[in-house]
Design a binder for this molecule. Structure first.
Ligand code: UD1
Ligand code: CA
Length: 454
């Protein structure tokens, strides 16, 4: 049967105490809802429907690129009412998988197993055994272990509250039956809501099979209602990512102190020290070492390169055998060839550096095209911005830039040229020669340091 996925995301999330709608709260840098949509896409369903309400346009905008259909729920009248908002867009022949926008860690593999249990005449229900089931709907089974109904915490007697099998909220229901059952939901319960969970008892009454699947990893189905649970889910996510790195042979000095907020590809014998954050797509070659406290985003780093502590690297392509940092910063679009050294307090933006070039201290290289074997002295600035336009600085192979030089772009320093320290270079300088721009040093004879009048 074709699969339609309905994601419930209309809740306000009062307990977050935030102006940001709950489903837009970030997990690993992306909205909770984006994680659920990504998992839904892995199942290759025929359609994905997101029921939204609170934070309306903001929620839609944050996922404007996602191939989902939107259904608006103007008033939150319960999970059953929420699902009903998407049903006009769902076909009778579909199987409907219901997911929650605030349960972000659910695995596609689990969902595949669940979908396989459902059919035109059977409902599948994902449950889990909880140490502390408080807040969850409880799964009531008969003596033969067959699911009879779900009772919400607020409607539960003391006896039912002792049941530790909780409803994850995730279920698969044939659309034709779901449509009929949703129309029959009533609000005669403790919260005065239309509970989706009530369809389970309806199915049992009609002798429709209810097939439970017990997820034996409760961490995968954690729901996020407040900031404490958000942090808990972040920790589970972090641990999952770290586990994958360890399995791939990466040395993590402390698996609890590395965050992969995106995709990290690694070669052999990579070492990552503590408090490193990876964002977007990052690729590390063989024997790459990343020092403590680095943030690395959308970057590729070649074999044998070492990044020393406290670097921020954004959208760079760094060649093999480079030395980066400590305290280096890359702003977007830079490319380094083999064996480049970028040292402390050096900022590199939209620049290329050829093989073996070095800029070891206190420098700004912006819109610079630097050849091979160039040495850039401390305190050098490529003055790339005149207040309106950005211009390029070219520094050709083998040039030596003395400390404290201002290279006012557009300008070119010729191959093997030397620039004297402290020069302000405004015109192209010839190859192989020393160019300097500097007023003469004077010494004043007979000058006395002022003294205090008494
Ligand atoms: C729900 C289940 C409960 C289950 C728990 C698991 C019901 C009645 N209860 O309870 O059995 O154990 O999830 O986490 O289904 N939503 C809407 N519109 C609404 C109401 C809710 O879109 O009118 C969305 C929320 O944004 C959220 C999801 O549905 O993403 C669940 O709603 P929530 O109010 O958190 O349900 P729980 O009380 O946690
Ligand atoms: Ca919830």
């Amino acid at each position: 049967m074709p699969l339609a996925i309905v994601i419930l995301a209309a809740g306000q999330g009062k307990r977050m105490r935030s102006d940001l709608p709950k489903v837009l709260q970030p997990l690993a840098g992306r909205p909770l809802l984006a994680h659920v949509v990504a998992t839904a896409q892995e199942l290759e369903p025929s359609s994905i429907h997101v029921v939204y309400g609170h934070g309306g346009e903001r929620v839609r905008e944050s996922l404007s690129a996602a191939p989902v259909a939107w259904a608006h729920q103007a008033e939150q009248r319960g999970t059953g009412h929420a699902v009903a908002q998407a049903m006009p867009q769902v076909h009778d022949a579909d199987l409907v998988l219901v997911l929650y926008g605030d349960v972000p860690l659910i695995r596609a593999e689990t969902l595949r197993q669940l979908v396989a249990l459902a059919g035109p005449k059977s409902v599948a229900l994902l449950t889990t055994e909880l140490d502390d089931p408080a807040g969850y709907g409880r799964i009531v089974r008969n003596a033969r272990g067959q699911v009879q109904r779900i009772v919400e915490e607020k409607d539960a007697s003391a006896r039912i509250k002792r049941i530790r099998e909780g409803n994850t909220g995730v279920m698969v229901v044939p659309a034709k039956l779901l449509r009929r059952w949703l129309a029959r939901l009533r609000t005669d319960n403790a919260q005065g809501e239309l509970y989706l969970t009530d369809i389970v008892a309806m199915a049992v009454k009609e002798k429709i099979k209810v097939a439970p699947l017990v997820d034996d990893n409760p961490a995968d189905v954690l729901g996020v209602n407040d900031k404490a649970q958000l942090a808990e889910v972040e920790a589970v996510y972090r641990a999952r990512q770290a586990g994958a790195l360890l399995a791939a042979g990466v040395t993590l000095v402390d698996p609890a102190r590395v965050d992969v907020r995106g995709a990290l590809a690694t070669g052999r014998d990579v070492l990552i020290d503590v408090n490193v954050v990876f964002e977007g797509n990052v690729r590390l070659g063989d024997r790459v070492r990343i020092g403590a406290n680095c943030v690395i985003r959308d970057t590729e780093i070649g074999d044998d390169t070492e990044v020393f502590p406290n670097c921020v690297i954004d959208r760079a392509t760094i060649g093999p055998a480079c030395h980066i940092g400590p305290f280096a910063r890359f702003r977007p679009s830079s490319k380094l060839a083999r064996g480049v050294h970028i040292g402390n307090f050096v900022e590199v933006k939209n620049s290329t550096l050829g093989e073996g070039s070095k800029s070891n201290h206190l420098t700004y290289l912006g819109d610079a095209v630097v050849g091979a074997k160039v040495n850039v002295g401390a305190g050098t600035v490529t003055c790339n911005y005149d207040g309106v336009n950005k211009s390029q600085t070219h520094i050709d192979d083998g040039a030596f830039i003395g400390s404290g030089a201002m290279l006012v772009a557009p300008v070119r320093v010729g191959a093997r040229a030397t620039i004297g320290a402290g020069s302000v270079i405004t015109r192209d300088t010839p190859a192989d020669k020393l160019t300097l721009e500097r007023s003469k040093q004077v010494t004043i004879d007979g000058w006395h340091r002022p003294t205090k009048k008494t």
